[in-house]
Design a protein around this ligand. Sequence first.
Ligand code: SF4
Ligand code: SF4
Length: 301
Amino acid sequence: METGLVFNLQKYSVHDGPGIRTTVFLKGCPLSCAWCHNPESQSAQPELTFSERRCFGCGECRPACSLGAAGPTQGPLPPQVEGCTTCGQCVDACPTKARQIVGRRWSVAEVLAEVVKDGIFYDESAGGVTFSGGEPLTQPAFLKELLVACRSRGLRTAVDTCGFAGTQVLLEVARLTDLVLFDLKLMDDAKHRQYTGVSNVPILANLLALSQLHDHLWLRVPLIPGINDDEANLAAVARFAASLPGVRQVSVLPYHKFGVDKSRRLGLESSLAGLEPPSPAQVQRVVEQFRAGGLNAKAGA
Ligand code: SF4
Ligand code: SF4
């Protein structure tokens, strides 16, 4: 049985596909989007996070860490300890959960045992299970086994992908799921490289191939002020989306600032720390623009 690195399992989710869902977040992503709202998802390894707000300075964490002796002998450990092995000793010692390890290995059976508990909610709402991330296609064997296991239990599934993966892997996964949520961020390749770290050429080619195979695709367009909300990008997104068979819905997802605080907890600085979300009116204007292009667009997931 496959195992995989999971960093969150979110119940009663209503933002990752139809109905009430459980969203399983797999850790590891080939992109590093500047606006990422789950920066803890990017590394394919477990990570230590530290919440300054929760720490009241008791210093219980320091003696718990075999590396703590390298610094002062009293007081809290620094948020990030050089050479940290993510052993979790300081996490266990911390009375306020200010220190936490993000990401642990789950077996397919463990995930399935958790997601089937909410079967009644899926049935009543036409919901199901969504595999998101990070990028779930970075763990293809685990993901495929999860999808087969869900299907064998009669659970509807969705896969939420950035599309940066081998085409064969993507299409194999698509054959095993009822719905694909596919992110479409920037149509200009140079800008895509600048803000996500990778080219959009394989992503767009994958979306084209996917749309010829699968007839239940939802596109997700994050709206990031000053980065992808210009007329040229929005018009190009609308044109491309409208040319694809299989696209049932386009969701316009306004930028929010949750990722800024999460980055801080990982000891990282967000390059968009000062950026404000778009107003509801701006989001609605984009929705209307997409609708005018013949798309079934909506604000939010
Ligand atoms: S996770 Fe382990 S190695 Fe890392 S800081 Fe905590 S106790 Fe030290
Ligand atoms: S044990 Fe927790 S609350 Fe106490 S100093 Fe360490 S991180 Fe802060």
